[in-house]
Design a protein around this ligand. Structure first.
Ligand SMILES: Cc1cc2nc3c(=O)[nH]c(=O)nc-3n(C[C@H](O)[C@H](O)[C@H](O)COP(=O)(O)OP(=O)(O)OC[C@H]3O[C@@H](n4cnc5c(N)ncnc54)[C@H](O)[C@@H]3O)c2cc1C
Length: 472
């Protein structure tokens, strides 16, 4: 069923994830009439509904569980028996998500962004049909259309998601019981975060990674130390293991088959979480009707201003090249809104921080030491251990260290990697210094509150010129 006349806007944004809704909000701030379309009944996309936010809620709750069970007594706190109430544990996560998606809906209303619920597909570059779940269809028109349709979990050919034994992150944020044995395929952020959650709740977790190390983008020393810490927490980590097949078990569950250096490996599991990455999602969008091109990795092809080759059609976030991260999608969204409104948008894609929210966290920005050296750059590296930081000792968070990488000749900051509690918060100041072209000395001479874990960042910056004050 089609509505009679099309509704016309200045901008249609397809996809209400962090890329799309932020783009819509910025465009509305700049005076554009905006329609924001999503096939999900709630706004916020992958990030708020099944990604960043629910995973962080679960990480926080499971951290409290471990603390109550194993660490409260270190602080002289006696709790008695500590038990998991899984339905309540999951309900809290659902409440956090519900609060945030409602907040985004409220913001959309306040900004007079028209929210349209349904699956969008192009009829032409400036015409989009939106089909609601009940089959009704409406047509929207606009001079500018931003595609922000995000990504979906990658499925392996012999590990098709069945939602029961072979699962994606969408399922692993909502298991209705704690699996006895959980195998996680993929040692990246999503696999390690969700693996940590279920391990903390009592699962025997094995991470199977194809590459020689987990968190492959990080320096070898960070990955090695991080691996050791996770192993101490109870995670089994099998690197260099190529998954080759699956034998389903008659009683439920399955055995995952793998190979390392010609040796056969097998891992029995109640559930297998496949977390090997995400693919750009353009299914059903009818991009061919608009004339929009994909690249070799099936991402929407855009130029340096996020324009597709079709005038008026733009693409942002996970559906284009670049790190698949919410904050990157948001910055894309702001810049495109500004470009459309005739303003000077800007994104510095060289400075997108990346964070794994385990405990401790790992965080990075810019060039790592290994990558800098592999590129033949002369660098000075400063390192400072949290074990020598007063606040870290007081908090019982001494695992890990800060690494600052600076150009050997100019002292300009090139990057940082942090393994430690709240590393994701600590990395921000390095990003800010780098954004302004700062040097290690600038960072080292910046006054940091005492006692804070951020003093370890200052000390690592001092260590670049071998002048750390609280290390030998
Ligand atoms: C478990 C997990 C944890 C994560 N944790 C983090 C984290 O901690 N930090 C971080 O930065 N990133 C994290 N991410 C990644 C982050 O979620 C994505 O990078 C981010 O959501 C991308 O935003 P986006 O706006 O490009 O797309 P998405 O958030 O994927 O939103 C796209 C939206 O488009 C809609 N859509 C698609 N096709 C159509 C159509 N044809 N019509 C209408 N609507 C459509 C979808 O329904 C969806 O709501 C995580 C992801 C997962 C899965």
């Amino acid at each position: 069923m089609s509505s009679s006349s099309p509704s016309s806007y200045d901008l249609i944004v397809i996809g209400a994830g962090p890329g799309g809704y932020v783009c819509a909000f910025r465009a509305a701030q700049l005076g554009l009439r905006v329609a924001l379309v999503d096939k999900r009944p709630t706004l916020g996309g992958t990030c708020l509904n099944v990604g960043c936010i629910p995973s962080k809620a679960l990480l926080h709750s499971s951290e409290h569980f471990v603390w109550a069970k194993h660490h409260a007594n270190e602080h002289g706190i006696k709790l008695g028996s500590v038990e998991l109430d899984l339905p309540a544990f999951l309900r809290r996560k659902d409440d956090v998500v519900a609060k945030l998606v409602a907040g985004v809906a409220q913001l959309a209303k306040a900004r007079k962004v028209t929210v349209v619920t349904g699956a969008a597909s192009f009829l032409a570059a400036d015409r989009v049909a939106v089909r609601a779940a009940d089959g009704t269809e409406q047509v929207l028109t606009a001079k500018n259309v931003v595609v922000a349709t995000g990504s979906a979990p990658v499925e392996l050919p012999f590990l098709k998601f069945d939602g029961k034994t072979i699962v994606s992150s969408d399922h692993a944020i909502a298991f209705d019981s704690v699996p006895k044995k959980l195998v996680v395929v993929g040692g990246g952020a999503i696999g390690l975060e969700l693996g940590s959650v279920w391990s903390r709740l009592g699962s025997e977790v094995t991470v199977v990674e194809f590459l020689p190390k987990i968190v492959a983008a990080y320096d070898d020393d960070i990955a090695r130390n991080f691996t050791r810490i996770l192993q101490k927490q109870g995670l089994k980590i099998e690197t260099g293991a190529k998954v080759t097949g699956l034998t389903p078990a008659k009683t439920g569950g399955a055995t995952l088959l793998a190979e390392r250096d010609g040796q056969k490996l097998s891992f029995s599991a109640d559930k297998i979480l496949v977390a090997v990455g995400r693919r750009p999602f353009t299914d059903g969008l009818g991009l061919e009707k608009a004339g929009v091109e994909l690249d070799e990795k099936r991402r929407i092809k855009v130029d340096s201003h996020l324009r597709t080759r079709v005038p008026g059609v733009w693409a942002i976030g996970d559906v284009v090249a670049g790190p698949m991260l919410a904050h990157k999608a948001e910055e894309d969204g702001v810049a495109v809104a500004e470009w459309i409104a005739g303003k000077a948008g800007h994104v510095n894609w060289d400075l997108v921080p990346a964070i794994v929210y385990t405990n401790p966290e790992v965080a990075s920005v810019g060039l790592g030491e290994d990558a800098a050296k592999a590129a033949g750059r002369a660098v000075n590296v400063g390192r400072f251990n949290f074990a020598a930081n007063g606040r870290a000792i007081a908090a019982g968070a001494v695992d890990g260290y800060v690494k600052i990488i600076a150009d050997a000749k100019t002292d300009r900051l090139l990057g940082a990697q942090i393994l430690g509690h709240n590393a994701g918060e600590l990395i921000s100041e390095v990003v800010a210094h780098m954004e302004y072209g700062g040097s290690a000395e600038d960072l080292a001479r910046t006054i940091h509150g005492h006692p804070t874990m951020s003093e370890a960042v200052k000390e690592a910056a001092l260590a670049v010129s071998k002048s750390a004050l609280h290390a030998i």
